[in-house]
Design a protein around this ligand. Structure first.
Ligand SMILES: Cc1cc2nc3c(=O)[nH]c(=O)nc-3n(C[C@H](O)[C@H](O)[C@H](O)COP(=O)(O)OP(=O)(O)OC[C@H]3O[C@@H](n4cnc5c(N)ncnc54)[C@H](O)[C@@H]3O)c2cc1C
Length: 488
């Protein structure tokens, strides 16, 4: 399924950007969010063979030997996607549907808890939990990960998921924080550390661990809010997590959170990157996350590249649009969805082509980039741009991709398909780009999963039009399976 919908859905099709087509709205490379003066060229036009826009390139170029992207999904998964998509796309059903999700997620009542009420579990587990969550124990998670790989994804990102959201300035009471409780901090961090090590033990070489610093408890959250240095116990925990991940051949991303926390999250993450993202020639272990909806996003990219260059470590960025728009300092966030889209797309386009000033002195492919998101146009355009640049040996940064489990499977499968086609036709030569795409899974009880989902429903509310388009693709696939489609 793609994501849920608000009644005031955005219109991604109105987004106009150089790498999305020739009718580009001009943007300046290092402009402030409000500046509009520029002379940026279309994404790539040095060679006649690539002098075309994405609008003129068919969305897919399937070889007859390669099956349709959605053919990879199980019929149960397609049916769930269509059903849940219809509920959350409908202006009539969205509110009651969301209210039911919230009630199940947060109710203290045994009757409303699907982990305790078998009747409720019989509905919620097959319909919702299986669609969006990895599993409740090691066996279920191993099964889900194997299924994700069988679909052709390169691996999984597994997250151990408590989430603290800060409401207002320095609300110690909300946080349950107590400055005298050093033992409490230690206990919280120890529990979180064990949870992350346990999570690492459930994944395999090539997979990722997704980490949220606020999951380490209220005392760590307060230290982040106060801009403190990372407490010693926390540094020790992260060292153990990083060393375990490195020994297993896994990577780690650190989530971006609200702005009151983010400066400290960035500093603590850079400390890890300084130590673990070496040598330069080896893929980075730790990625920090940059939220493109921030007006400062481009500066943050440039800052990381400069810092890494100065200090001799490998930069690694996970780029997202940003999840906290409803609960954060609005003035720091781009004014419109179109500006956020332009920011995200512009960063991708410039990184891939080595256009950030700090890239002038950087060797190609000495930066790692993961594009996390569900926006079909952006992800498809980024993969195609990387393909074109690689074919002309001009690709400076190889992007990888990630989506959340149960969401945007259409674009995820399309990228997997692209990779298969490259392998079949180009035999993956040095000048080919074989995209890698990962599925991000969350583990936990059914009620914890419902809490996680209500947050994702809120942050993905802008995807209405996109969902309508992808629902048509899912319907076609279903009809094709049932022998009722004449044109596919
Ligand atoms: C694998 C993965 C990991 C993620 N990790 C993080 C993380 O660490 N931190 C984090 O913050 N988020 C994270 N997210 C969530 C992400 O930031 C987005 O909220 C979510 O993916 C929806 O955006 P989109 O790019 O998929 O597409 P779209 O649906 O095209 O974009 C929706 C986004 O556009 C932006 N937007 C919407 N309305 C406006 C407006 N009026 N003005 C300005 N901007 C607007 C918001 O960022 C909104 O979330 C992650 C998402 C994925 C898939």
């Amino acid at each position: 399924m793609a994501s849920p919908v608000s009644k005031t859905g955005f219109q991604p099709r109105l987004i106009i950007h150089p790498f999305l087509g020739t009718r580009a709205r001009p943007r300046c490379r290092f402009q402030s969010s409000t500046s509009t003066t520029t002379t940026r060229a279309p994404y790539y036009n040095e060679q006649a063979s690539t002098n075309k826009t994405l609008d003129t390139v068919p969305a897919r170029q399937d070889a007859p030997s390669v099956r349709a992207p959605l053919a990879r999904l199980s019929t149960a998964s397609i049916l769930r996607t269509l059903f849940l998509g219809a509920v959350f796309r409908s202006p009539l059903l969205f509110r009651p549907g969301f209210a039911v999700f919230e009630k199940i997620a947060n109710s203290p009542s045994v009757w409303m808890n699907p982990d305790k009420n078998p009747l409720l579990r019989m509905i919620v587990y097959p319909l919702v939990y299986k669609q969006f969550c990895a599993g409740r124990d090691q066996a279920e998670i191993a099964h889900t990960s194997a299924e994700v790989r069988r679909l052709g994804f390169s691996g999984v990102v597994l997250c151990y998921g408590k989430e603290v959201q800060v409401q207002g300035g320095t609300n110690d009471e909300f946080l349950g924080y107590n400055r005298n409780k050093v033992p409490a901090l230690d206990a919280e961090v120890a529990q979180w550390e064990d949870g992350n090590i346990e999570t690492l033990n459930m994944i395999a070489e090539g997979d990722w661990l997704g980490i949220k610093f606020t999951g380490a408890g209220t005392n760590i959250t307060k230290a982040l809010m106060d801009g403190d240095a990372a407490p010693e116990r926390f540094v020790k925990a992260m060292d153990r997590i990083c060393e375990t991940a490195m020994s297993k051949g896994c990577r780690i991303w650190i989530d971006a959170e609200q702005q009151v926390l983010q400066p400290a999250i960035d500093r603590w993450t850079f400390d890890l990157m300084r130590r673990y993202n070496k040598p330069l020639g080896r893929q980075a272990l730790v990625y920090n996350t940059i939220q493109a909806y921030l007006k400062s996003a481009r500066d943050k990219v440039q800052h990381q590249l400069e810092l890494a260059q100065r200090e001799g470590w490998r930069p690694a960025i996970k780029l997202v649009r940003g999840a906290y728009i409803a609960n954060d300092v609005r003035s720091k966030i781009h004014d419109t969805k179109e500006d956020t889209d332009a920011s995200y797309n512009g960063i991708v386009e410039d990184l891939l082509q080595g256009r950030f000033p700090a890239q002038a002195n950087q060797q190609p492919e000495e930066i790692d980039l993961l594009l996390a998101g569900h926006n079909t146009r952006t992800i498809r355009a980024a993969a195609r741009l990387a393909t074109d640049l690689a074919a002309h040996r001009k690709l400076q940064v190889r992007p990888e991709f990630a989506q959340l489990q149960g969401m945007a499977d259409d674009i995820g499968c399309e990228i997997v398909q692209m990779a298969d086609q490259v392998k079949v036709h180009d035999r993956a030569s040095a000048s080919s780009f074989v995209p890698k795409v990962y599925k991000c899974l969350t583990r936990g009880s059914i009620q914890e999963c419902m809490q996680y989902l209500t947050r994702r429903l809120v942050e993905n509310r802008g995807a209405g039009d996109r969902m309508k388009l992808s629902a048509a693709e899912y319907r076609h696939e279903l009809l094709r399976r049932w022998g009722l489609s004449w044109n596919r």
